[in-house]
Every structure is written in C-alpha cells, then in structure tokens.
Ligand binder design. Sequence first.
Ligand SMILES: NC(=O)CC[C@H](N)C(=O)O
Length: 240
Amino acid sequence: MSSDTPETIVIGILALQGAFAEHQTILSRLKLPSHPLTSLLVRTPQDLAQCSALIIPGGESTTIASVAARTGMLDLLKEFCQNVDKPVWGTCAGCILLAKEATGLKKGGQELFGGMGVGVKRNGYGTQLESFEVMLDVPALRDPERPFAGVFIRAPIIEHVNESAPTSISIHTEIVARVPPSCLPAELHDAAETSNKDYTVVAMRQGKKFVTTFHPELTKDDRLHEYFIKRCVLGLVAQK
Ligand SMILES: NC(=O)CC[C@H](N)C(=O)O
C-alpha cells in the first residue's frame, strides 16, 4: 500500500444486545471521500482491539452490562471508554453506559463503562408509554431547514453535565441538541426553564465522546453518524 493511501477506519459497534444492526446499516451507507471506513460488530476482546472507535447502541443497558461482564468484556470496555483518545458514541442505553454516573438503576445497581462527564437518570421520561418523537434543532448540522427526528424510547434524562470530562485534562463540551422543556415530565418543566437547563440536553459531545439520549439509528437520517465520524473520529472542526 502506498504511504499516501489513508488507512481504513474501523468503527466498532458493540453487539451484545440492542439496535446494533441498525447502526451498521447506516454506517454502510456513509461515504467519506478521503477516509475509507468499515464497521465491525464487537463481541469479543479481539474485535475491540481492532477498532479505532466504538458505538454503543440503544437497547437495555442492564442487559448490555451483564452480558459484558459474563463475556469478559467489562473491564476492556471501561478502559476503552475512559480513554480520552478513543472516540465513543452512546445512543440511549449506550448513553447510560457511557455516563460517569446514573440514577434510577435496577435494584442492586449496574455497571457503567464511564468516560462521559454526565449524570443521567435511567428511564427519565417514564415507561414505554412515555416514548415520543420530536423534531430537534441541531445547529452543528448547519441545516436549519432540516431538523433531526429525535426518537425517544424509555430514554434517559441528562440530570447534570460536568463541564470537563472525568479526567484531569480539560475538554471542550458542546451541547449538540436540546428538547423543548414541554417534552420533559411535568415535574421537571419549571426547573428546566429556570435553574436546571441540563435536563433539556439530549445530545452532547465532550472531546471524542458523544452521547444522544435518542435513537438516530432508528431513522433514515445519516447526519449524526457523519457528525460523529467527522468531529470525534477524524477530529475535523466545524465547516462554515
Ligand atoms: N431505548 C433504550 O435504549 C432504552 C434504554 C433503557 N431504558 C435502559 O435502561 O437501558
């Protein structure tokens, strides 16, 4: 291979449970002219070792964590997610797993992988009945005419954002999308409008880490996958 051929970027998708196939379908459609990329379903330590980046899908965070423990992946996933140099995106259950702290966990608690400076409340909007869809304004996509369909299924709520990642290095935090306070459970409306604005954050990037509390993989819209690859994996800055 000639030295100016860019290396293929391997994006891992954690495939222990949940909507991993949907992420893979979207990645297979994405073409970045200067950077060949491929995706890999990650189930073993050997799979993870091949990845430059990782996506943790939506599903059931308790199940994903317990399968990870059972298959000897838990410590490796913690190490990968807590390494500031590794790009990782967590969607919904993946957001819970990537969070530094979580409340509303199942009795007996559950393991988190950590890495993202947020505290989340699991099932923050309520039960399956409180699942909803809302169009989101995502300024980073620079296309105000085309909002992004936010699909929220037993989604977590971000209770607080720590401005720096859980490391000693200060890392830029970008709030990528918010829901209107009216989407929140009634008891949080006033707080979201006055004191705790973090409740409305539904997509956020911190250095190479990215979380969305909704499911872009369940839409036909590739733009947030492209955003993750450009900003977190390739480290490109926003284009005007
Ligand atoms: N759609 C989802 O990913 C739901 C997440 C689920 N409530 C959990 O705790 O893991």
